[in-house]
Design a protein around this ligand. Structure first.
Ligand code: AMP
Length: 394
């Protein structure tokens, strides 16, 4: 695959598809600008190499409608501050006005286009929409790892028809880190898989079981495994239809001699709102009228022991309901343990990245992916369509 530094961009219009899908509050203030910061290196490279820099992104799910709350204008302002230079903004992403604006740009100028998803052609991977975007630039750069698992026009149809289509430095970093962990020879390799549902992580578990030496299960999916093993799990979240799949995973782990660790105690309450009356019990003692919402101290100590000698750690999915203070402790403490470990630690994006940030451990991880769904699909062993297009172009 080729990257931006493999092609000539001087005096050319470079279209960089970024992932500026950042969280904002009700007043359109950006509450976490990590995704913008992660894109800066590629943008600065394009500026320094005298390209006319045209940035584009999606934001939220406006579903083909021009909704002001999904405007990228606040991102242009934040980019201006972070780059310490003017970043122009135009209230559209295709058409004559946009073309005229780009034609008036000088090398080193930066322009951010309006939300691609204001056109439904973006999510529909429309050829026509891609053709309209194609009119705007000479060189296409994909730096939006977070959407690479989607066949959307700006990351799939467009690079297919672009004369030159390459990756940005953020994409490179994401691919390199995931390749590193999935092909590592360093041992032990520990995979920590949490989150709400076995169904969401089944393919990931099936792939990681062929790669890792030890797998730690946390989050609600632990209860499907425990129920499969015949234990009472009370009102905890269980996917009964996945009990056969859970048993199959346990069998495969045994056959492959992969150590498979489930939590040994849980913080339980009657429901998520009942934050004053929780108890911690061993895994065989979950009361019938309660649900497990976090892992307990004994599980944390067990997992610490399991992680202790790890050379490589990959983590996807929180170990409890980390959004609620009373049930966040397990996830935070495991984040701290990983942060203190000397292992190469890669964290899948989305919820897990948020949980690591909440624990104040972001700077202590080797790498935190900017993509939630995309990082999960890579861990599942899948090829991401938008990356495949760029590989075909190379
Ligand atoms: P996922 O998107 O599958 O990684 O799931 C993340 C969600 O799982 C978070 O919103 C957590 O609150 C939730 N979660 C983690 N542990 C539990 C649990 N024990 N019971 C219910 N939800 C959980």
């Amino acid at each position: 695959m080729k990257y931006i530094n493999d092609v000539d961009i001087a005096n050319k219009t470079v279209f960089i598809r970024c992932d500026f899908n950042v969280p904002m509050d009700d007043n359109s203030n950006i509450t976490d600008d990590n995704r913008i910061k992660q894109a800066l290196y590629t943008i600065k490279y394009a500026i320094d190499n005298k390209a006319k820099v045209v940035l584009s992104s999606h934001l939220g799910r406006p579903k083909g409608l021009r909704k002001p709350e999904y405007s990228l204008l606040p991102v242009a302002k934040r980019l201006s501050t972070l780059l310490d230079r003017k970043v122009d903004f135009i209230e559209d992403c295709i058409g004559g006005k946009v073309k005229a604006k780009i034609d008036s740009m000088k090398p080193g100028d930066v322009l951010l286009l309006e939300n691609l998803r204001f056109y439904e052609g973006e999510e529909k991977n429309s050829e026509d929409f891609a053709q309209k975007l194609l009119q705007l630039f000479d060189v296409y750069v994909n730096n939006a790892f977070g959407v690479c698992h989607r066949k959307h026009a700006s990351v799939y149809a467009l690079p297919k028809i672009a004369k030159t289509a390459v990756g940005g430095f953020l994409l490179k970093k994401e691919i390199e880190y995931f390749n590193k962990i999935l092909n590592t020879k360093d041992r032990p390799f520990v995979a920590i898989v949490g989150g709400a549902k076995v169904s969401g992580k089944l393919e990931c578990l099936k792939n990681l079981i062929n790669k890792a030496d030890k797998i730690i299960i946390g989050g609600a999916q632990a209860f499907t495994f425990l129920k499969a093993m015949g234990y009472e799990v009370g009102k905890s979240l269980v996917e009964d239809e996945l009990i056969p799949a859970a048993l199959e995973i346990l069998k495969t782990a045994k056959n492959k001699d992969v150590k498979f660790y489930l939590p040994v105690d849980f913080v339980c309450a009657r429901n998520i709102e009942d934050t004053m009356n929780y108890i911690t019990v061993g895994y065989q003692e979950i009361p019938k009228d309660m649900m497990g919402l976090d892992i307990g101290e004994a599980s944390i100590r067990l997992f610490q022991e399991v992680i202790k000698d790890a050379k490589v750690i990959v983590w996807n999915g929180p170990l409890g309901v980390f959004e609620v203070d009373a049930f966040a402790s397990g996830t935070k403490k495991i984040a701290k343990i990983i942060g203190e470990s000397k292992a190469l630690s890669v964290v899948g994006g989305g919820d897990t990245a948020e949980a690591v940030e909440l624990a104040g451990e972001s700077d202590n991880m080797s790498y935190i992916s900017t993509g939630g769904g995309a990082s999960l699909e890579i861990l599942e062993g899948k090829k991401l369509p938008a990356i495949e297009v760029l590989e075909e172009k190379a």
